[in-house]
Ligand binder design. Structure first.
Ligand SMILES: [Zn+2]
Ligand SMILES: [Zn+2]
Length: 132
C-alpha cells in the first residue's frame, strides 16, 4: 500500500495489511490537520518505509505526529502507549477510497456543527482495542 503528502516530496510504502480504520474527532487531530475530523488507518508497527524527503516528526501530548516538511500534510501518528501499531492519515493513501472507516472515536470532542448520517459505531473516546 502506498501513499504521499500533498506535494509528493514525501512518499511511503506499507508492507502489511491494515488492522483497522477510524474517524477521529479529537481536538489534537483537528488542530494537526485543520479539518473537522480525520480518517486514520492502522497498521502493525514497523511496516512503513518512507522515501523522498525526510518527514518532520512533532511530539505533542507525548504522541508523535509526522508531517511533510514542505507542504505540511499530516502523514502518520504514533502513540508510545500503543507500540504495536501506528496510523496513517487515510486520505494520504493512494487507495484512500477503499479504506472505509469502521467507526467514529472521540465523539466527546466532536464539533457541534459536524454530523454525518452514517450508522457506524460512535465511541466517546478512543476506539476500544480490537479483540483479535
Ligand atoms: Zn509534501
Ligand atoms: Zn484524534
Amino acid at each position: 500500500m502506498k501513499g504521499s503528502c500533498l506535494c509528493g516530496e514525501v512518499r511511503y510504502e506499507i508492507f502489511a495489511a491494515p488492522c483497522g480504520t477510524t474517524l477521529c474527532h479529537c481536538e489534537d487531530c483537528r488542530k494537526a490537520s485543520g479539518a473537522p475530523v480525520v480518517a486514520w488507518t492502522f497498521f502493525p508497527a514497523g511496516s512503513i518505509r518512507f522515501s523522498g524527503k525526510t518527514p518532520r516528526k512533532i511530539t505533542f501530548a507525548e504522541r508523535e505526529r509526522t508531517f511533510c516538511p514542505d507542504c505540511g500534510s499530516q502523514l502518520m501518528f504514533f502513540d508510545p502507549a500503543l507500540p504495536h501499531q501506528f496510523e496513517v492519515t487515510t486520505c494520504t493513501l493512494d487507495s484512500a477510497g477503499k479504506m472505509c472507516p469502521i467507526d467514529h472515536n472521540w465523539m466527546d470532542d466532536r464539533l457541534p456543527w459536524f454530523e454525518t448520517t452514517d450508522t457506524l459505531p460512535r465511541h466517546p473516546k478512543n476506539t476500544p482495542a480490537p479483540s483479535a
